[in-house]
Design a binder for this molecule. Structure first.
Ligand code: F6R
Length: 240
């Protein structure tokens, strides 16, 4: 795993600051970088910190790609991952939402929507940075186990673990059963990956991700083979 850079932090502010610094590195090196960004609990403090740390407008030219979206959920729905991406990352950085490549979970033809997404990644010249969280079962985006490393952007049924983990995102509302997800092929081909991991509940899956066999049963384990991976992780999760 020669491409691995590990950034071990305290939980909370220290973690958020390190995550923001990791993303800012790419923004400063290339203000027009093509970046895909996760939602979820883990990166929220990091995104807030990033927006405060960057000079005004510094992130506004980023070419942002949504990572995943529930099927059948409009952007105005409190569960929408597009809405969450917009509130947490796109708007605070001053990115024009019309320039973002969204995943349309309401499309009549979901396969065509996924193909259009992959085409947009290709037109962008591939992703410069993937900012990812680690699912409780080792998923990346909604590339649920088992996922082939060449998986394209597609509709995926959510696993029980993901349904349980995502239940708290929009309390009181049912978690949709399926989602569109950027494929492992485009994520693993990103020139740089920043994986953000926090919390003691992640320590076993972190161990399997970084030290276990590289297997479709732990999709994140393919990151072991990535040439430019930074894992920002807090001490609660780092008990490998
Ligand atoms: C979110 C996403 C998921 C999460 C993962 C970790 O867009 O694609 O893969 O990154 O489930 O979620 P949290 O951070 O809530 O533990």
């Amino acid at each position: 795993m020669s491409g691995l850079r590990l950034t071990l932090t305290d939980a909370g502010e220290d973690f958020d600051t390190a995550g923001a610094a990791a993303i800012a590195e790419t923004v400063v090196a290339d203000p027009k970088a093509a970046v895909v960004v996760a939602t979820g609990r883990t990166p929220m403090g990091t995104y807030g910190r990033l927006a405060r740390a960057l000079p005004a407008g510094a992130g506004s030219a980023l070419r942002v790609f949504q990572l995943d979206e529930y099927v059948g959920v409009p952007p105005s729905d409190p569960r929408s991952l597009a809405g969450w991406t917009r509130r947490s990352f796109v708007d605070p950085l001053g990115v024009d939402p019309r320039s973002v490549v969204w995943l349309d979970g309401l499309a009549d033809d979901l396969r065509a929507a996924c193909r259009a997404y992959d085409d947009a990644v290709t037109s962008a010249g591939g992703l410069d940075l993937a900012v990812l969280g680690l699912g409780p079962n080792g998923h990346l985006g909604f590339n649920e186990p088992p996922s082939d490393p060449m998986s394209r952007t597609r509709e995926a049924a959510l696993s029980k673990a993901s349904l349980a983990s995502n239940a708290g995102y929009a309390p009181g509302l049912p978690v949709p059963r399926s989602a569109l997800t950027a494929g492992l092929d485009v994520l693993l081909a990103a020139r740089r990956v920043v994986l953000l991991v926090s919390g003691a509940h992640k320590h076993e899956i972190v161990r399997r991700t970084l030290r276990g066999p590289v297997t479709a049963d732990v999709p994140a384990s393919f990151l072991q083979q990535h040439p430019n991976l930074q894992v920002v992780i807090d001490r609660d999760a780092w008990q490998v």
